[in-house]
Design a protein around this ligand. Structure first.
Ligand code: HEC
Length: 122
């Protein structure tokens, strides 16, 4: 039993959490070719997407859905984003990076806390 638990913690859990690393998936699917954290490229910046939707569980699900099936009407003036045929759990991990972790990375580089930054943003 102990060996099984050791195996689970040593091998499986890191593998699972790596597989669902939102930032890694964001880069793997080349989202970064059209999106940057705080600058508009072809698509809106991650911070303005976070500003639009917030950081709630509901927002994460909604944005995950929009990654799989984008709705260009939400961003007038931009080109169309291609749909991504990826599993929902990956889309959720990416949505967490887009809405929350990209903001956290920003606050690490500044004096603001995530809470202050989030309050300004939403
Ligand atoms: C070819 C460029 C391109 C790529 C690649 C791309 N996007 Fe986009 N994205 C856009 C554009 C343009 C918009 C705004 C118009 C739209 O939603 O169609 C957008 C919008 C979005 C939105 C806002 C959705 C909404 O309706 O509010 C999210 C979230 C997003 N992208 C995430 C991603 C993620 C995650 C990936 C990678 C899996 C990705 N994008 C790949 C161009 C791109």
């Amino acid at each position: 039993m102990k060996k099984i638990i050791a195996f689970l913690t040593a091998v499986l859990i890191p593998t699972l959490s790596f597989a669902l690393d939102g930032k890694a998936l964001f880069n793997k699917y080349s989202c970064s070719s059209c999106h940057a954290p705080d600058m508009r490229l072809v698509g809106p910046s991650l911070h303005e997407i976070s500003k639009k939707y917030g950081t709630s569980e509901k927002a994460i699900r909604k944005v995950a859905q929009l990654i799989i099936q984008p709705n260009p009407a939400n961003w007038p003036g931009f080109a169309y984003m291609p749909p991504f045929d990826i599993p929902m759990e990956e889309a959720i991990a990416i949505a967490k990076y887009v809405l929350i972790d990209s903001l956290k990375e920003k606050t690490k580089k500044s004096d603001e806390t995530f809470e202050q930054f989030e309050a300004d943003y939403h």
